[in-house]
Design a protein around this ligand. Structure first.
Ligand code: ASP
Length: 453
């Protein structure tokens, strides 16, 4: 049995839904279909999810969200019209949106989640209706009734462990199950969404819970590329990579799959196949537990901007028990999460995502570190990019770090920071944001472009 997930661009128009129908019905093992909300039809288009967020925000400010509401309804209506579906589906979606908009607004985050989740919920109803109109047995699944329980964290929910057992019974149902992605219900019965692009997580949870043989994730590219195609033209496609490699790459900017989506599939040992709705015969990229390391040390290079580092030095730091705890304790007091902590004998840097802090808070944090930890020096560096060079093969290959740093030196990129992941699946370089693209190109050339003599 296969769980198949389709992203927003695969469901953006009637023409796309027809492709989805062909793909699903071409293989009788494709029993559970997870859908996103309608996404962009062209580059400047707006995703239904973004329209719904705007709509919710206007409702919260007591303003009229007519334009956004009409645009959302218009998106579903144009799909229904293209596919010659009856008006009943659109009427149902209209009533559902009005009910959601009239609901309790005393907790704004929860109200936003309720509206946001309607994008996938209503799309699942529409897709099920379309499959039925083509004479195929298909059913919309209500995640509440099916038992997808999540934590009560607005916009950042996580599946509760008991969900897995409950969802298993979906296996006994006949026909194709159309399951809306992106959200579940808390124990008290309220809607909470995963973080953005979270339908990937729903698919992975279902693959695990239903003990699927494969989780197919359909998107709009032929494969995962070894580097961001907007930085390097026509980069090499990755045929196969491990869960660990994909996790590292998606953490640092590979957006093909949500970085939290691999864990449920990984725990159950279910391979994930990234495929293209617009070119379904292409084999795509397979994410597995282990692979042959025949293609050199590096499988991919990812990069992401928007980081800063807090550098702290204190003579004899290595002998001071509890220094690290106290330092991270200050950050914890402000609710900051940190990403990496490269360290030396007398110094340590803490890397954070910059969007968590403002200047005023930063000054407070630095003062506290100076005073409470009696640090000799505390410095903050802004606008950093992290570059991850990823590959299981690194463990066995000597000199990968030397090759990478030489390539960066040749491209005149100053390395602000280096961290070799404990797992030895990745190396991280911190560079100035202005140097990011040049650095990525230089590394790609070093590891992927054959030397011509
Ligand atoms: N529609 C949601 C978003 O745009 C979730 C998803 O597509 O996976 O983030």
């Amino acid at each position: 049995m296969k769980v198949v997930k389709f992203g927003g661009s695969s469901l953006a128009s009637g023409k796309q839904l027809e492709k989805v129908f062909q793909i699903v019905t071409a293989d009788p093992e494709r029993k559970v279909v997870v859908v996103s909300a309608p996404g962009k039809r062209y580059a400047e288009d707006t995703k239904v999810t973004d329209l719904l967020i705007e709509c919710a925000e206007l409702c919260l400010q007591n303003k009229n969200p007519k334009v956004q509401l009409d645009t959302v309804l218009g998106r579903y209506a144009s799909i229904a019209e293209e596919l010659r579906l009856s008006d009943a589906v659109i009427r149902e979606i209209h009533d559902d949106l009005l009910t959601r908009m009239a609901s309790d607004k005393s907790k704004p985050d929860r109200f936003i989640d309720l509206l946001k989740a309607s994008g996938e919920d209503n799309n699942a109803k529409l897709v099920a209706a379309y499959f039925q109109s083509r004479g195929v047995e298909a059913h919309y699944v209500d995640p509440k009734e099916a038992g997808l329980l999540v934590s009560d964290e607005p916009g950042n929910a996580q599946a509760l462990p008991e969900s897995y057992e409950r969802l298993f019974s979906l296996n006994e149902r006949s026909g194709i199950q159309v399951f809306p992605g992106f959200f579940g219900y808390s124990l008290s019965g309220e809607v909470f969404t995963f973080s953005r692009s979270g339908s990937d997580i729903t698919g992975s949870i279902l693959a695990n819970a239903l003990k699927a043989d494969l989780y197919e994730n359909f998107t709009d590219v032929d494969a995962v590329y070894s580097v961001n195609p907007s930085i390097v033209q026509k980069p090499k496609e990755i045929k196969e990579l491990t869960y660990r490699e994909m996790r590292e790459l998606s953490y640092a900017g590979f957006t093909v799959l949500h970085d939290e989506a691999l864990v449920p599939a990984f725990r159950a040992g279910i391979p994930v196949n990234i495929k293209n709705t617009n070119n379904p015969s292409a084999p795509g990229t397979l994410i597995v537990n282990e692979r042959d390391n025949t293609n050199g040390p590096v499988i991919g290079i990812a990069s992401d901007k928007g980081f800063c580092s807090i550098y702290v030095s204190k003579y004899l730091m290595n002998r001071e028990i509890g220094f690290g705890r106290k330092l991270l304790g200050v950050l914890e007091d402000y609710g900051f999460s940190y990403e990496h902590t490269p360290s030396g004998i007398d110094d340590v840097s803490v890397i954070l995502r910059e969007n968590q802090l403002d200047e005023k808070v930063m000054v407070e944090v630095i003062d506290r570190i100076k005073n409470e930890l009696q640090a000799d020096e505390v410095k903050v560096a802004h606008s950093l990019s992290l570059i991850m060079v990823v590959g299981e093969g690194m463990r066995r290959n000597v000199g990968t770090m030397a090759r990478a740093s030489k390539a960066l030196a040749n491209a005149s990129v100053n390395i602000e920071m280096i961290n070799q992941g404990s797992s030895e699946v990745s190396m991280m370089f911190g560079v100035k944001e202005v140097d990011e693209k040049r650095a990525v190109k230089a590394l790609y050339e070093e590891f992927f472009v054959p030397v011509t003599v």
